[in-house]
Write a protein of this length. Structure first.
Length: 91
């Protein structure tokens, strides 16, 4: 499994943190030690629980994209709207 990690130098040490979860971190005198400390912390947390990815349904206008592409009345509605628009423009 691969995780995005942010490594930063501070106060003469290094901190490696799980991107998006700054409380999950490892600190050490070298970059390598900080990353290994973070790896150990993640492994410890995974051993205590379950690591999984969740798919969340989106809510919004983008959910409508393509929803009515096979509806024959949509073309009629669009054509009527375009004709009204063109009439307003004098075309």
């Amino acid at each position: 499994m691969t995780f995005p990690v942010l490594v930063e130098a501070f106060d003469g040490q290094f901190a490696a943190s799980l991107l998006g979860v700054p409380k999950v971190r490892g600190v050490g005198p070298t970059r390598f030690q900080a990353i290994n400390a973070l790896k150990a912390e993640i492994e410890h947390r995974v051993a205590l629980g379950e690591l999984l990815a969740l798919d969340i349904e989106t809510i919004g206008v983008s959910d409508l994209a393509g929803k009515y592409d096979t509806d024959p009345t949509l073309r009629t509605i669009c054509d009527d709207a375009y004709q009204a628009r063109d009439a307003d423009r004098g075309q």
